[in-house]
Write a protein that binds this ligand. Structure first.
Ligand code: ATP
Length: 515
């Protein structure tokens, strides 16, 4: 616990009444107060007993300033954040200053699903000096964990093309205030992120993040896990500031706004995350989100031509494809989680042709799956295997999935009609579609999918056309057989402390009860 007496310079015009992290107050500022800094956060108490507490979770920096001007007094919003930065740079942290700034993300009505702001509060130390105060705040707020460089990969052309704007207006200023060292790269083309991740000098970095959609995040993971030194690479914390159109990973991490995502990176806290491998012939790919085939893959790829619509592109593509629903033919081998152990091969006995990365215990041998307990040879209109609950920011596909549960949730339908498909995509945020009798699910450790082409006709493959594509976390791969397996807890993902992974199950349960 650190204490001091401070003068808080608050802008009396800026009412703090709706601040999530800063409770309401009606003191007249500037006001003298007793400052307390602890692992709970920063609080000050005025002579009239008014207490303000700013939770440590939302503090992302504290900086010494001198010669404060009106412009650095209690600023709010991302736009003024840049003006605040200029002031810090101009003043350049003099040693004996008594003025310092506290930087915090400010929730709107305490909610993480509303656009948050940034707040900078000017304080003046009466006794200890600004530098002591700042050091106490930095330690208490758990800052300074990431001492080496942060690799930042920006896809300027992903989603609605906002990645650069997000970086310049939110991420870069916040990282700079937090004292992070940034190594910035713009991706030039598909697979560029994979190449950078494959050749990264790991020991120079504390973390690697993307400002992108799930496609580039997938490339980062795939690059790290297909290195000869993947065992070291997998320990590098990875993170994402969502700027795609679907932003599934950001939704799964409960960091839908760049301010929250940047804060989560700055704090440097990680959780283990499963990834899955996709083996096709001799090629192995690692990914974090999902494998899609049939309707969902068609919609994802066909929606590319509606990119100009932004987030609505999926809905439009879904309706068009559902009205002309294809029947896919194939064979599916499933290895349920609770039966997996008996089918496991030891890493040494498994053949891993030309493969780097986590050992495949169930799918390294091309014929290993022939004896698995569930083999389904049928038609499919719908097929999804997901590693995470949300497969886009508005589609809760598997509410019971967790970041590191060692399982993929397989969801498929053999018989779904166009009308049923429309029913299943209605209310996608509720997870309700899983209750329909025409939807089947299975929690598996591994699966093998052998696509056999598609037709317009459910009764047979007489009018089979060329194979369509498979979709691995947004990446297109050919529709030839794939062997897929989960690698439990292989990566460490930068995740905020507020992430409650049980939230999605509760959310789906509530939706079920109100149905
Ligand atoms: N400079 C570039 N030009 C063209 N394509 C790029 C470039 N950089 C990356 N890509 C490719 O863009 C694809 C999509 O990127 P990203 O995941 O950022 O956005 P998105 O697909 O719109 O997001 P979401 O998954 O949320 O829909 C990736 O597969 C990546 O390989």
């Amino acid at each position: 616990m650190f204490s001091d007496t401070v003068i808080v310079h608050w802008d009396n015009e800026a009412s703090p009444t709706t601040l999530g992290c800063i409770p309401s107050t009606r003191s007249i500022y500037p006001v003298e107060a007793d400052l307390n800094v602890s692992e709970n956060g920063v609080s000050w108490t005025t002579a009239t007993g008014n207490v303000i507490n700013i939770q440590a979770t939302f503090i992302f920096g504290a900086t010494v300033v001198s010669n404060p001007t009106q412009s650095v007094r209690t600023l709010h919003s991302s736009a003024v954040l840049r003006r605040g930065l200029e002031a810090i740079q101009a003043n350049n942290a003099p040693g004996n200053s008594s003025f310092w700034l506290l930087h915090a993300v400010e929730l709107s009505r305490g909610r993480k699903d509303k656009q948050p702001g940034i707040r900078q509060i000017l304080l003046q130390s009466k006794n200890a000096g600004a530098r002591q105060c700042v050091e106490a705040v930095i330690a208490a707020a758990g800052l300074g964990q990431l001492s080496k460089k942060i690799l930042v990969l920006i896809n300027p052309f992903g989603g609605t093309k906002k990645a650069k704007h997000i970086y310049e207006h939110v991420v870069q200023p916040m990282f700079q205030i937090a004292g992070l060292k940034i190594d910035l790269h713009e991706t030039q083309a598909t697979e560029h992120a994979t190449e950078i991740a494959r050749t990264l000098p790991l020991d120079q970095y504390s973390a690697a993040i993307t400002i992108s959609g799930d496609g580039v995040f997938h490339e980062l993971i795939n690059g790290l896990l297909t290195r000869p030194d993947w065992e070291q690479a997998r320990t590098l914390p990875v993170g994402i500031v969502g700027s795609g159109s679907a932003n599934a990973m950001s939704k799964n991490l409960d960091t839908m706004f760049p301010e929250l995502a940047a804060l989560s990176v700055i704090k440097g806290q990680t959780r283990p995350m499963d990834v899955f491998s996709v083996t096709q012939n001799e090629t192995v790919m690692y990914s974090h989100l999902q494998l899609m085939w049939a309707l969902l893959a068609d919609v994802d790829f066909e929606s590319e031509s509606y990119r100009w619509m932004g987030g609505d592109r999926m809905t439009v593509a879904a309706i068009i494809r559902i009205l002309r629903l294809r029947t896919y033919h194939g064979k599916l081998y499933l290895l349920p989680v609770n039966q997996a152990d008996q089918y496991r091969k030891s890493p040494s006995s498994s053949t891993q042709p030309s493969a780097l990365g986590p050992p495949r215990l169930y799918t390294s041998d091309p014929l290993q799956h022939e004896h698995w307990p569930q083999i389904i040879s049928t038609t499919f209109t719908y097929f999804l295997a997901t590693n995470l609950p949300w497969i886009s920011s508005d589609f809760l596909a598997a509410p019971s999935s967790r970041l590191a549960d060692g399982a993929l949730e397989v969801v498929y339908s053999e018989t779904m009609s166009s009308v049923q498909a429309l029913q299943s995509v209605a209310d996608p945020e509720s997870g309700k579609y899983l209750q329909f009798p025409f939807i089947k699910t299975s929690r598996v450790r591994a699966l093998v999918l052998e696509p056999h082409g598609w037709s317009w006709n459910k009764d047979g493959v007489t009018d089979r056309k060329e194979d369509k594509w498979l979709d691995v976390s947004g990446e297109k791969i050919s529709a030839s057989p794939v062997r897929v397996e989960v690698h439990p807890g292989v990566m460490n993902v930068l995740a905020p402390v507020w992430l409650d992974e049980d939230e999605w199950s509760r959310h789906a349960h509530k939706a079920k009860m109100t149905a």
